[in-house]
Design a protein around this ligand. Sequence first.
Ligand SMILES: Nc1ncnc2c1ncn2[C@@H]1O[C@H](COP(=O)(O)OP(=O)(O)OP(=O)(O)O)[C@@H](O)[C@H]1O
Ligand SMILES: [Mg+2]
Length: 297
Amino acid sequence: MPEATKPTETPLVVAESLVKRYGELAAVDGISFSIAPGEVVGFLGPNGAGKTTTIRMLSCNSPRTGGRLEVFGLDVALHPREIKGQLGVVPQDNNYDPDLSVIENLLLYARYFGIPARTARQRATELLEFVHLTDKAGEQVDELSGGMKRRLILARGLINTPRLLVLDEPTTGLDPQARRLIWERLRELRQRGVTIIITTHYMDEAEQICDRLLIMDNGKVIATGSPQSLISEHAGDEARNRPRGRRGRRSRNRAGRMPFPEARGQVRDIRIRLPGRARAHPQAGAADVVQRAAGNA
Ligand SMILES: Nc1ncnc2c1ncn2[C@@H]1O[C@H](COP(=O)(O)OP(=O)(O)OP(=O)(O)O)[C@@H](O)[C@H]1O
Ligand SMILES: [Mg+2]
């Protein structure tokens, strides 16, 4: 292949000294990063680190307070329509329309993008197949399980065949089987060349999907690197060598004893989240985040 036709190195996302303030709080405190086409980049960090705030700014859903932020080479403040047209978003909270069926939710979303009805129906049908929800097409969304709802929101995020897919904690609270199904779909999208940004609390998820991680805490990026290099650097041999699945099985058993379905899958979540935000030394924060995400703390 001649050099000129190689995938361009022009980044899809560029953030420079990006800031988001809520009053006195710098929720995002001067972060800089760029994301190349085809990359799968994860934001990992404890509660309140600033992951969702970052995602919301680059999805044109929350205006920045300072710095530079470009998506597809366009300033998010000046070109939100053009950017949103090529962006797929899976927000942290499932925000479907409970009065509509599964397929109607997809068709409604397609209308926001101005996708013609016939194309929309064809895409919606294909996407339901992609996320294994074909047999649920006519059901009310409220009647789906948590994992199925998440898959529906993933399908919805793909209705406009986006160049960039942004997912905010796509598998939090799901059981291991539901998580694996979503990982599989994401890996397939990655193979098709879709650029993916994902936030997660789980190092196993990051390892499965991400080429590169940005570790956030207190609104700052405190470490970057491949999941493997960050584990080697910050989590030590125990986390790296732990047999896969051991932790998952234990979590499932504990969660399985919970009497309420909504509690299922939350045990892991609680265990790896950090209780506090303030940390005296940023590098201690990076090790802390990595170790906990890897289940080593
Ligand atoms: N609309 C808002 N108004 C005021 N403060 C906010 C708002 N949204 C977020 N924050 C604050 O900004 C900080 C970063 O929040 P953010 O939701 O980005 O964290 P996060 O990394 O996504 O956390 P989690 O893992 O819990 O989802 C938190 O201190 C949060 O309380
Ligand atoms: Mg969040």
